[in-house]
Design a binder for this molecule. Structure first.
Ligand code: MRU
Length: 342
């Protein structure tokens, strides 16, 4: 197995990220020097995936203060509030973004002075990055107990190392199970419109020598009917503790409905930072992205001028379609999450 890579790290007053828009054609790292550049990188999806954008948000908040000359605590808090507002407005659906900004704001407010605030905010962001890798490894270890030798696993979008700081959630489970010697074949659904499955998931799995077959999104029902898929594992952008609904990349719901029809376990792997304790399904904002994502594939137009387009980036899978939710704290049935809010 190749050495695992990181998607984001702190580098002497700036942040380096892998530009995910170019994979698999090119591996390019970009330097982010300000919170505005970070907000733009999240919005334009140079960095993407719920846990990764959570850590990117935290590091963006750190950038907002560490390079400031002033050590006036009130000024620094004001700047963080402004940075937080801009970062929060980049992508509305993944709860990790909001969780990260809140966590940084709390540390900043609790700091006794401006000097301490800068140190504490940076240390917290760095801690969140390290924690993310540890949490994913734990999810991998716990989730791998649900994987059997010979499983043929469908995954959607990219919930791999690229969607996190490292190792991944759904792909982390697959990687851990594979490293235990379980023979696994992965079906990666391409994930239109942005093709994270085709471009990112296959790239990661090929890199790790894990057998992977690419399919288009509309092939999963036929493969399930033919008993070519024995499990489905996906990540999550938000899991609603009150109701057990799972919000993930558009197309997840179709795979879940089909898996239920054919009696195939549907597993969600995500860190507890993806659990939303407060909202109901109709209160969650589903990101609508630019129609050009649907009209063009890699710059080539595929539909006639004048056609109307909708482009919701996520869908909401109800709890009755979800077999297990794997977090770093254990395996839960969706209805068991309610206990977290009672
Ligand atoms: O729009 P993206 O690429 O950020 O969406 C990513 C997903 O939907 C992932 O499945 C989810 O964030 C889980 S990643 C561990």
């Amino acid at each position: 197995m190749k050495k695992e890579f990181r998607t984001i790290w702190w580098d002497k007053g700036s942040v380096v990220i892998i530009d995910q828009r170019l994979i698999p054609y090119r591996i390019k790292y970009i330097k982010i020097r300000s919170y505005k550049e970070m907000a733009n990188a999240i919005k334009k999806m140079a960095i993407r995936g719920a846990p990764a954008i959570g850590v990117a948000a935290a590091m963006g908040m750190a950038l907002a203060v560490v390079n400031m000359k002033s050590n006036n605590k009130e000024m620094l808090i004001n700047r963080l509030e402004k940075a937080g507002e801009i970062i929060r407005s980049t992508r509305p659906t993944a709860v990790n973004l909001f969780w990260a900004v809140d966590r940084i704001m709390k540390i900043a407010r609790e700091s006794p002075s401006g000097e301490k605030l800068k140190i504490n905010v940076l240390n917290e962001a760095l801690r969140m990055a390290e924690e993310d890798i540890e949490i994913n490894k734990k999810i991998g270890e716990i989730g791998s107990r649900l994987i059997e030798d010979g499983d043929k696993i469908l995954t959607h979008c990219n919930a791999g190392a690229l969607a996190t700081v490292g190792h991944g959630t759904a792909l982390g489970v697959i990687k851990t199970a594979y490293s235990q010697g379980k023979r696994i074949i992965v079906y990666a659904s391409e994930t239109r419109p942005r093709l994270q499955g085709a471009k990112l998931t296959t790239w990661e799995l090929i890199r790790e020598n894990i057998p992977v077959k690419l399919i288009t999104d509309n092939m999963s029902a036929f493969l399930m009917q033919k008993k070519e898929i024995s499990k489905v594992i996906v990540g999550a952008d938000r899991i609603l503790a009150k109701t057990g609904h799972v919000i993930n990349k558009i197309g997840t719901l179709s795979h879940a409905i089909t898996a239920k029809y054919y009696g195939i376990p549907f597993i969600v792997a995500a860190p507890s930072s993806s659990i939303d304790l407060n909202h109901n399904p109709d209160e969650v904002v589903i990101e609508e992205r630019d129609v050009d994502e649907v009209l063009y594939i890699d710059g080539v137009r595929i539909a006639p001028r004048g056609v109307e387009v909708v482009n919701p980036a996520f869908d909401i899978t109800p709890p009755e379609l979800v077999s297990y939710i794997v977090t770093e704290k254990g395996v839960f049935k969706p209805e068991e999450l309610r206990r977290l809010v009672e």
